[in-house]
Design a protein around this ligand. Structure first.
Ligand SMILES: C[S@@+](CC[C@H](N)C(=O)[O-])C[C@H]1O[C@@H](n2cnc3c(N)ncnc32)[C@H](O)[C@@H]1O
Length: 209
């Protein structure tokens, strides 16, 4: 990123056309699973519309810079609070199209799913962003990329209730062997929206819960 990044982000006329999502990296390690979700989220939102913030480790920044804007600073340092809207399953209100203005930056936790959910978005993100709007996309836990997909649809005018979701998906990883992902996924053309790279990863690793 250029040295004048902060100034650029603070200029609403410029940024309104650019950043729509900030993914605040909050896991201690950039695992392969997380990298796959980030990369899919960027494809869904559009490369120029996302910044991954709070990436403290230079090696992790280098990996991410191959496909997305990256910042070592946290989202609170980069944008005025009035522009931020945190997506948090524990928020009281659900996101609706009128919540998202031209210069709104929707903040997604760079946090992997927990089963059961531990409320880490609230603990690690919302509680640190006081006086910032918080909205849920339902009470169930979506993936990072699924969150970006659903929030984008709402920003484009859909109501949350109009977006089909499925709770829990089962992926066959080998003959007679499957993995259940205990998270909620949006359906696109009747099929759960999941990164093909994540499916390949699960098949390779045979990940179990
Ligand atoms: C895989 S989720 C992690 C949720 C975390 N385990 C928790 O209990 O808060 C990653 C991020 O997607 C967003 N997210 C997931 N489900 C959501 C929902 N139902 N409503 C709003 N945001 C959601 C949040 O920003 C969250 O930090």
């Amino acid at each position: 990123m250029s040295a004048n990044t902060e100034q650029t982000y603070r200029n609403p006329d410029e940024v309104a056309k650019v950043i729509r999502f900030a993914i605040e990296h909050l896991e201690p390690k950039l695992s392969e699973w997380l990298l796959i979700e980030y990369s899919h989220a960027v494809r869904i939102a559009g490369r120029g519309r996302v910044v991954i913030t709070n990436v403290k480790k230079p090696a992790e920044r280098r990996k991410l810079q191959r496909f997305v804007r990256v910042e070592s600073r946290g989202v609170a340092e980069l944008f005025p609070r009035s522009r931020l809207l945190v997506l948090d399953p524990r928020a009281r209100k659900s996101l609706c199209p009128t919540d998202v203005g031209e210069d709104t930056v929707m903040v997604v936790g760079g946090i992997l799913g927990d089963d059961p959910p531990q409320g880490r978005t609230e603990k690690l993100l919302s509680s640190r962003l006081r006086r910032v709007k918080r909205r849920n996309l339902g009470k169930e836990q979506l993936s990072i990329d699924g969150t970006v997909y659903v929030a984008k649809q709402i920003a484009e005018g859909k109501q949350l209730e109009e977006i089909p979701l499925v709770c829990e998906i089962e992926i066959r990883v080998a003959p007679g062997c499957s993995v259940v992902l205990p998270f909620t996924y949006p359906l696109r053309q009747g099929r759960p929206l999941i990164s093909p790279r994540l499916v390949a990863y699960l098949k390779r690793k045979g990940v179990r819960f």
